[in-house]
Design a protein around this ligand. Structure first.
Ligand code: PEP
Ligand code: MG
Length: 290
C-alpha cells in the first residue's frame, strides 16, 4: 500500500479501561509515524459516541435511540473540546518536523470543519509559544459521510486539503438504512445509480477545486465496487489491509479509459441490474475480479 488512508484514532480509546492521556496518545502516534516512514498516514480525530461508547465518558449518547445519527464524532468533539484539544496537541507534537495529515469525521456543515481546524491552529500557536517543534506541514481534511455536506462543497473545498468519502456511513444515510441491521445488509447495493452518481458528483467537484479526494469504507475493498469507483474517476482508495492484494491485481488488469466509458454510459442510462452489467463487462474485458 502507499500509506494509511484512515487511521481510526478511537481504537486506542475503545480498548483502554481509562481515558488515554495526552502523552500516551502522543507516543502511540509517533510510533505509527515512525513505522510508516515516508508513507503518509491520515489520522482521523476521535469518532466516538453513538454505538462506539466509551465506558469512562459519561453522557456521550449511548442511550440515544438513533446513535448513528446522534451526538457522535465531531459533534461530540466540538462540545467536549477538552478531549479534542488534548488529541490535537498529541498529534501535533508527535508529527514534529514531519507532515501531519488530519481529518475530521461526520462533518455536516462547513462551520464544523472551521471550528475543528481553528482548535488545531490554537494548539499550534500554543506549542510555538513554548518553542516546541511543529509539524513541517499540516494538511487538513474532512470525511464526507453525511450527504448534506455535498451541497456545500463550494463553501468547504477552498478551506481544506482533501476529502475522504466514507462509504459506510454515507450509504446508511443515503438509503436511510442502518448499517448494523442484518436484515438490510443485502437490500441496497453499493453498485446502485444513487450511490455511484452521488460519489461521481462529489469527485467531479473536488477535482474542479483541485482538492484531493479518496474513498474509504468497505466499498473500495471489493473488486467490482472498486472497479466502478475507478470508472467514475476515483484515483485513491483506502481499504482494509486484507484486500490490498486483490484490489491491486484488479487495477493492474483494468483499462481505466474503457472503465470510464462503460461507467459513464451505465450511469447516464442505468440498466435494471447494474451489478450484473458491470460483472459481464469485467469478464468480457478479462479484468481480475476474483
Ligand atoms: C465510513 O463511515 O465509511 C468510515 C470509513 O468510517 P467508520 O466505518 O469508522 O464509521
Ligand atoms: Mg464513518
Amino acid at each position: 500500500a502507499d500509506g494509511i488512508g484512515l487511521f481510526r484514532t478511537e481504537f486506542q480509546f475503545l480498548i483502554s479501561a481509562t481515558l488515554p492521556q495526552r502523552e500516551r496518545q502522543q507516543r502511540f502516534y509517533r510510533e505509527v509515524l515512525d513505522a510508516a516512514g515516508d508513507k503518509p498516514v491520515i489520522f482521523r480525530t476521535l469518532d466516538v459516541g453513538g454505538d462506539k461508547a466509551l465506558p469512562y465518558l459519561k453522557d456521550e449518547g449511548s442511550e440515544e435511540e438513533n446513535p448513528a445519527m446522534g451526538w457522535r464524532a465531531i459533534r461530540l468533539a466540538l462540545d467536549h473540546d477538552g478531549l479534542m484539544k488534548a488529541q490535537a496537541r498529541a498529534l501535533l507534537e508527535a508529527a514534529g518536523g514531519r507532515t501531519l495529515n488530519v481529518m475530521f469525521p461526520m462533518v455536516s456543515e462547513p462551520w464544523e470543519f472551521d471550528q475543528a481546524r481553528a482548535l488545531f491552529e490554537a494548539q499550534m500557536a500554543f506549542l510555538s509559544s513554548r518553542k516546541k517543534q511543529l509539524p513541517s506541514r499540516v494538511r487538513y481534511g474532512a470525511m464526507l459521510e453525511v450527504p448534506a455536506l455535498a451541497e456545500t462543497l463550494d463553501i468547504l473545498l477552498p478551506k481544506l486539503d482533501f476529502i475522504s468519502i466514507g462509504t459506510n456511513d454515507l450509504t446508511q444515510f443515503l438509503f436511510a438504512a442502518d448499517r448494523a441491521e442484518p436484515r438490510l445488509a443485502e437490500r441496497y447495493d453499493w453498485l446502485s445509480p444513487a450511490i455511484l452518481r452521488f460519489i461521481r458528483r462529489v469527485v467531479r467537484e473536488c477535482k474542479a477545486h483541485n482538492v484531493g479526494v479518496s474513498v474509504c469504507g468497505e466499498m473500495g475493498g471489493r473488486p467490482l465496487e472498486a472497479l466502478a469507483l475507478i470508472g467514475i474517476g476515483v484515483e485513491r482508495l483506502s481499504i482494509t489491509p486484507a484486500a490490498v492484494g486483490t484490489i491491486k491485481a484488479m487495477v493492474r488488469s483494468l483499462d481505466v479509459g474503457a472503465a470510464n466509458l462503460m461507467m459513464e454510459a451505465l450511469l447516464d442510462r442505468p440498466v435494471d441490474k447494474l451489478r450484473t452489467a458491470i460483472t459481464d463487462w469485467a469478464k468480457e474485458q478479462q479484468v481480475e475480479i476474483g
